[in-house]
Design a protein around this ligand. Structure first.
Ligand SMILES: C[S@@+](CC[C@H](N)C(=O)[O-])C[C@H]1O[C@@H](n2cnc3c(N)ncnc32)[C@H](O)[C@@H]1O
Length: 287
C-alpha cells in the first residue's frame, strides 16, 4: 500500500476545499473574481517519494497514519511540547504533532523530502509550528526536545543513545517498531487493527542520571543504573544491604531498603521524598 500517495492526496483534497471556501467567503458566493478562479484549487505535488527509496543511513518507509497518531497519544503530546523527528521523511509525525498544537521540527537528510514536508505542513495549515531542516540526524541538537517521535533502525537508535540519555529527565522517546538496545521500554503496544505492517510502538522515558554515591541521614547509598533500572547497596557502619524494587521514572526515584520504601524526586545533586513501610517521614540525599 502506498501510504505516501494516499497521505498526499488526502491533504491535497483538504487544501483544495479550504482554498475554495476562503475564496467564496472573501468575494461572495455570486462572484468569483478571476484571481480566485485562476488559482489552482489543488497545489499539484510533483514529487512523490517511493517507499523503500534509499536514504543516507536508512531507507524511507513511512509510518502508517494510525501509528503516527497513536505514537503521539502514547507520548501524551500537548501544545506544551517540543517534538522532533530524526529522519522525518515526508513530515507526517511532525505535521501531526503540529496539528495537536505542539512546536515540532523534523530533521531529514534528503532535501526533496524536506521540501515536500514543508509544502505538506503549509497545506495542513501548521507551517507556523511544524518545520523541517535538511541535515544529518547524528549531528542534530535534540537537547531542547521534550518528545522524539522516530522510525529508525536499531543500529541508528544505538548510535543516537548517548544523546537520548542526555535529554532532560522525563522527555519521552516514542519509536515505531525497532527498539533501543538494552533499554526496556516503559510501555509497549502492538496495534492490531487499522495498521500494516510496522505497527509496534515503544515508549522510553528519559531517566535522571543517578549512578554513584549518595549520602542519606544514616548511611551511604551506592547506585548503579541501567537506563531506568537501578541496582545498588546501602551501607551503614560498614554493613551493606542490597536495595530492592529500584527504578527511575523521569526524575522520580523509588527504592526499598529493608522493609522501608523510598519514593522521591531527583534535582541534580540532591534527592528528596517520603518513606513508607517500616519507617515513615521525609528523606533527603546528596551526592
Ligand atoms: C524509515 S523513514 C521514517 C520517516 C518518518 N520518520 C516516519 O515515521 O514516517 C527514515 C527517514 O530517515 C531519513 N534518513 C536516513 N538517514 C538519515 C540521516 N543520516 N539524517 C537524517 N535523515 C536520514 C530517510 O531519508 C528517511 O526519510
Amino acid at each position: 500500500m502506498d501510504y505516501g500517495v494516499i497521505f498526499t492526496d488526502t491533504m491535497n483534497r483538504a487544501y483544495g476545499a479550504t482554498r475554495m471556501a476562503s475564496c467564496m467567503l472573501a468575494l461572495g458566493v455570486a462572484v468569483l473574481s478571476s484571481a480566485c478562479a485562476q488559482v489552482p484549487l489543488v497545489a499539484e505535488e510533483t514529487y512523490k517519494p517511493t517507499p523503500g527509496q534509499m536514504g543516507k543511513d536508512v531507507v524511507w518507509v513511512p509510518s502508517p497514519p494510525a501509528v503516527v497518531e497513536r505514537m503521539l497519544d502514547i507520548a501524551r503530546v500537548t501544545r506544551d511540547d517540543f517534538v522532533m523527528d530524526l529522519g522525518s521523511g515526508d513530515g507526517r509525525n511532525i505535521i501531526a504533532a503540529g496539528r495537536r498544537g505542539a512546536r515540532a521540527v523534523g530533521v531529514e537528510f534528503n532535501p526533496d523530502l524536506v521540501g515536500l514536508s514543508n509544502r505538506n505542513a503549509a497545506r495542513q495549515g501548521v507551517a507556523d509550528r511544524a518545520s523541517f531542516v535538511q541535515g544529518d540526524m547524528f549531528a542534530a541538537d535534540m537537547s531542547q526536545a521534550s518528545v522524539l517521535a522516530l522510525f529508525l533502525l536499531t543500529d541508528n537508535l544505538r548510535r543516537l543513545t548517548p544523546k537520548f540519555i542526555d535529554m532532560k529527565p522525563g522527555s519521552r522517546i516514542v519509536v515505531n517498531y525497532f527498539g533501543i538496545d538494552g533499554w526496556q521500554p516503559d510501555y509497549e503496544e502492538e496495534m492490531k487493527s487499522d495498521c500494516e505492517p510496522w505497527c509496534v510502538i515503544k515508549l522510553y522515558i528519559v531517566p535522571a542520571r543517578v549512578a554513584g554515591k549518595w549520602r542519606l541521614a544514616e548511611g551511604e547509598l551506592e547506585l548503579e543504573q541501567r537506563f531506568q533500572v537501578l541496582f545498588g547497596t546501602y551501607t551503614v557502619s560498614g554493613a551493606k544491604t542490597g536495595i530492592t524494587n529500584a527504578r527511575m521514572d523521569g526524575d522520580r526515584i523509588r527504592f526499598g531498603i529493608g522493609g522501608v520504601q523510598y519514593t522521591g524526586r531527583v534535582h541534580g545533586s540532591r534527592m528528596e521524598g517520603e518513606r513508607s513501610g517500616g519507617a515513615t517521614g521525609a528523606w533527603t540525599a546528596q551526592r
